[in-house]
Design a protein around this ligand. Structure first.
Ligand SMILES: [Zn+2]
Length: 278
């Protein structure tokens, strides 16, 4: 398990396992001749993608950023993506039960980021983390509920609507501090209202940048996933992110990297971006 400290906080990567993504969808307009130098797909052109949640222990609170795919995926989607469902086991290994989580932050509501928000109990869908307050951007939730042709498949009501109805999920309007040292900031591109989570303690910063930079292979601003609704905004948002994260040496956390979950982005020779791992 990957673990480090950031000021007074302890950060751990808690994974829900790995799932399949299509290599073409993962790297968008980047030719396979280029991306296949970094990662080798299987015979169906699939890649193993990580499902990394970030656990933040502040001393007072346990905060979970993102909840993976969960265990409620319909059979046809299990066939495509697989359903590893390892998050609760890995959380247990980290020493925590679901009741110990105080706050859950979803960067956005695609099924591979909020699946463990809820579980089925008989006919009901209930919160997996019974004592937690959940946070997401209001406009992300509204977008998912519209069920537009392009991305309806990514948004599954049982992952969030029961929590909104019960009042356990708080809908945010823009950038906000959640608790001292932990705040959210909207970076448009992947979706309009995807939020990153910025962690700050003892003069150090980390950022769960989510699908804005999904893996350490996506550092180049033009290596944008085909899933992104607004690729030009992704490029602008990445530039903005690097303008802060590189000079201030933020620890960048990657949501879908099954091998390198975090590191420091640096600008090397001729401006080329590189990652310094922990
Ligand atoms: Zn994703």
């Amino acid at each position: 398990m990957h673990r480090t400290t950031l000021g007074d906080f302890e950060l751990s990567i808690v994974s829900d396992g790995t799932y399949f993504l299509d290599g073409g969808a993962f790297f968008g307009v980047v030719p396979k001749a280029l991306w296949s130098k970094k990662v080798t797909p299987d015979e169906q052109n699939r890649l193993d993608a990580g499902l990394n949640s970030l656990l933040i222990r502040t001393g007072g609170k346990n905060i979970l950023v993102e909840t993976g795919i969960g265990n409620k995926l319909p059979e046809r989607m299990v066939h495509i993506y697989t359903q590893p469902a390892k998050l609760l086991d890995n959380l247990h290994t980290a020493g925590l039960a679901p009741e110990d989580i105080d706050i859950v932050i979803n960067t956005h509501l695609h099924f591979d980021h909020c699946g463990w928000n809820t579980v089925r109990r008989g006919e009901e869908v209930v919160a997996t983390f019974p004592k937690a307050t959940y946070y997401v951007q209001r406009q992300e939730w509204e977008h998912g509920r519209q069920q537009l042709e392009r991305d309806a498949v990514s948004y599954m009501s049982p992952n969030y609507d029961p929590l909104v109805e019960s009042g356990q999920m708080v809908l945010l309007d823009g950038d906000q501090e959640i608790v001292p040292g932990i705040s959210v900031k909207v970076f448009p591109g992947h979706t309009t209202n995807m939020q990153a989570v910025i962690v700050e303690s003892g003069g150090k910063k980390a950022c769960y940048i989510s699908d804005l930079i999904p893996t350490s292979m996506h550092l180049d601003v033009t290596w944008v996933m085909a899933f992104d609704l607004f690729p030009l905004q992704t490029i602008e948002s990445r530039k903005k992110y690097y303008s802060w994260a590189i000079p201030e040496r933020w620890l960048t956390v990657f949501t879908h990297d099954d091998k390198v979950p975090w590191g420091y982005v640096e600008r090397g020779e001729r401006g080329k971006l590189a990652l310094v791992t922990l």
